[in-house]
Design a protein around this ligand. Structure first.
Ligand code: URA
Length: 256
């Protein structure tokens, strides 16, 4: 990738050495995303790193739309924890059901609860920019959360709430069979990897997710990056690591 284009992608993520703090305003993020969207046809992917774990995904089983419809219905009618009583709707997840990359966040916030879609607020705009910086349009990946219902007052989901929602996420993973899981933020990473190690120590290497062994890369949550923009360069390193695991992906998947 030439330096100009690289700088453009990094700029829309906010990864520049000379960037003013005020460029994190929603307008600036929106403008950077719009500019980058106009120029995202020729992203080159780095070659896969030789010493990384090879993706091993679950044995392929026939997946048809009824599997997704059933799962959607199960999530919609779920009352396995108390969260559903306090939110306005479930947020199932969105995107390409055959995505190479599955992004997993924490939980819906107020905007997501209103719109029924994950990552649609300010953090979502930055996530979109991060995806574009990787060469993915938002709709090319699948985006889900650890829990499908908004916790009250934006508190962290409790362990038992994450557990109650776990089977839905696992089912999504089995249906999608992604080549890579990008885990964003502490709640996502700690639940997926069953650990209480800090994100700063989990990022920067490739994990294997559960029994599926799907490669999993941890990075900072975009909401955290909005508060701590000096960490964006580390997030960019994580995204490059994720790209190196993915290797070349098919262009008809909606690569940006
Ligand atoms: N933060 C998350 O982790 N998920 C969302 O869907 C929105 C914000």
């Amino acid at each position: 990738m030439d330096e100009l284009r690289r700088q453009n992608y990094l700029r829309m993520m906010g990864v520049t050495q000379w960037r003013l703090r005020q460029s994190d305003s929603p307008e600036a993020i929106q403008q950077a995303v719009a500019e980058a969207e106009a120029d995202v046809s020729l992203v080159e992917r780095p070659a896969p790193a030789g010493d990384l774990i090879e993706p091993t995904v679950p044995v392929t089983t026939a997946v048809d739309q009824s599997d997704w419809l059933t799962l959607r219905e199960q999530v919609k009618t779920c009352r396995q924890c108390g969260l559903r009583a306090g939110c306005s709707q479930t947020v199932f997840g969105v995107g390409n059901q055959q995505a190479d990359m599955l992004v997993i966040g924490e939980a819906p916030g107020a905007d997501e609860d209103r719109q029924g879609e994950p990552f649609v607020g300010r953090a979502g705009q930055l996530l979109n920019a991060m995806l574009l910086a990787m060469g993915f349009k938002r709709e090319a990946v699948f985006i889900a959360n650890i829990v499908k219902c908004r916790p009250p007052d934006n508190r962290d989901p409790a362990a038992e709430e994450a557990l109650a929602c776990q089977d839905y996420l696992l089912r999504q993973i089995v249906l999608i069979q992604p080549k890579l899981i990008l885990s964003v933020g502490r709640i996502s990473a700690q639940n997926l990897l069953q650990t209480d190690i800090a994100v700063g120590k989990l990022r920067g290497r490739v994990h294997a997710f559960g029994e599926t062994n799907i490669p999993l890369v941890v990075t900072y949550h975009p909401a955290y990056l909005l508060r701590s923009p000096e960490q964006k360069s580390k997030a960019w390193q994580d995204l490059q690591l994720a790209l190196s695991v993915l290797g070349p992906v098919s262009r008809d998947q909606g690569q940006a």
